[in-house]
Design a protein around this ligand. Structure first.
Ligand SMILES: [Zn+2]
Length: 369
């Protein structure tokens, strides 16, 4: 199986989310992996929505090496594409198409590595997810279904330009709601203005740093993304709503961040959770993390210094569910390509990623830690 051909095949499936529709690509992967001796289990999360758990060579007294990647993609946007977005055109040393970088190229690279490698002690687990782009729905369904084997390390093949990245920030997105009492705009004294109530809360969180800092990840942050309130010019608004995007570093706990927020804005502003995904971080000194980082530095000339990526991944769901298993984010795509018109992935980066993953499989001893 050739990594370029497999990337092109995966791009050919239209898995734009919404609606997602991962059923066809998962059926293709299931057949491919069953042909290679994997046990496969589809996990559904809606009509034509699914994820795939594939395992091979599991053992009771060793832990498996796991790879994960999502098969859904974001929409195409309104701008025209240079190459048809599902044709998988290879040109200028790159494979072009929606999902090439984020992250069908990464999935193709680990599948090729797994298919060409002898199964290591403890075995291989593949967590092929749908619904990632709209909040890790597939990963959540896999965790909810349960029955995952013992996993000793997790590779997330999201775009890092083949740099081994030991973590990413978490996200706590909240909807803030202020309520008031409506009245005629000429008699504001008869009402309670919800927009003014929200305005006071927003001034109180201007520049709000919701948690501790981290030596590599930096600061926890907060951003007011949207605001909506009021019906017309001549009414006192009785409702105002804000979407707040907070990003957390490893060591920041979301319950404390929420408490710190309430302390600033007061308890009269209602809070509703939109997204709650924790940060992911593994000590770069961990021997397995150090080894795969060295492989990436050697095989792809990437910087071995610990870093983090700004986006979050399915690891926010899998890593805590797997007892905070050691986790690396490493994939051939470039993060800047993700979600863009004319998305593409470098052929050389695809081949390097396959080689890095093959080296990680060859290293794997399955020793329980
Ligand atoms: Zn992605």
């Amino acid at each position: 199986m050739d990594v370029i051909e497999l990337t092109r095949k995966l791009i050919a499936f239209d898995t734009i989310n919404p609606p997602g529709d991962e059923a066809a690509v998962m059926a293709f992967l299931k057949e491919l992996l069953e042909g290679a001796g994997f046990d496969c289990r589809l996990v559904e999360n809606g009509e034509r929505r699914c994820s795939l758990v594939a395992t091979k060579g599991l053992s009771a007294d060793a832990s498996a090496l796991a790879f994960t990647g999502h098969l859904d993609t974001v929409p195409l946007g309104d701008a025209p594409w240079e190459h048809p977005p599902h044709a998988g055109v290879v040109a200028d040393g790159r494979v072009h198409g929606r999902g090439s970088a984020d992250m069908k190229g990464g999935v193709a690279a680990f599948l090729c590595a797994v298919l060409e490698s002898p199964t290591p002690p403890g075995g291989i687990v593949l967590l092929l997810t749908g619904g990632e782009e709209t909040g890790s729905e597939g990963a959540k369904a896999i965790v909810k279904a349960g029955g995952l084997p013992k996993i000793g390390a997790l590779v997330v093949a999201e775009p890092t330009d083949n740099r081994a990245v030991p973590g990413h920030k978490g996200a706590l997105w909240l909807r803030l709601k202020a309520r008031g009492v409506t009245s005629h705009g000429s008699m504001p004294q008869e009402g309670v203005n919800a927009v003014i109530g929200m305005a006071h809360a927003l001034v109180a969180i201007d520049g709000f740093v919701p948690g501790p800092s981290h030596p590599v990840m930096g600061l926890c942050t907060s951003n007011v993304g949207t605001i909506r309130g009021g019906l017309n010019t001549n009414s006192v608004p009785d409702f105002c709503e804000v979407a707040l995007d907070m990003r957390s570093v490893a060591g920041a706990d979301h319950a404390s961040m929420r408490a710190a927020l309430i302390e600033r804005i007061g308890s009269r502003i209602e809070l509703e959770t939109i997204v709650d995904l924790p940060a992911v971080w593994t000590d770069p000194e961990d021997p397995w993390i150090a080894a795969i980082t060295a492989h990436a530095a050697k095989l792809a000339s990437t910087d071995p210094e610990p870093s983090s990526v700004p986006y979050f991944t399915d690891a926010s769901v899998f890593t805590p569910a797997l007892d905070n298993v050691r986790t690396i984010i490493l994939g051939p795509g470039e993060a800047e390509m993700a979600h863009k018109t004319d998305e593409s992935v470098s052929v050389v980066r695809l081949q390097q990623a396959q080689a890095i993953f093959a080296a990680a499989i060859a290293d794997w001893t399955g020793e329980l830690s």
